[in-house]
Design a protein. Structure first.
Length: 104
């Protein structure tokens, strides 16, 4: 009799795992079903079934002088109104958002 299942072992950052599993739980979708579905889509499509791209973030080189000035004015206005956060807090939020990719 052929095996009816195989194990898949992966390592992910604990906070990423928790966040993803919380979403799957709300959807009523077990992780094993999601992985099985992903594997099937890889087979059906002959590749990863969604685009893997790096988002293009605006840089000074890609902005016009007017766009850059507007962005700087908005930032200055927010800072003057006390709408900013401390630098350490900002980096802490960035680290949480991207997982373990940044080390202090």
């Amino acid at each position: 009799m052929a095996n009816k299942s195989a194990n898949v072992s992966v390592r992910v950052a604990p906070e990423i795992k928790q966040q993803a599993e919380a979403v799957l739980e709300k959807l009523g979708l077990p992780v094993s079903v999601l992985i099985d579905t992903l594997y099937r889509q890889i087979i059906y499509t002959g590749g990863v079934p969604y685009p893997l791209t790096v988002p293009k973030l605006p840089t000074r080189d890609t902005m016009s002088e007017k766009e850059f000035d507007a962005m700087m004015e908005q930032g200055y206005s927010q800072a003057a109104a006390g709408e900013g956060i401390e630098l350490d807090a900002a980096f802490s939020e960035l680290r949480k958002g991207i997982g373990h990719g940044i080390r202090s």
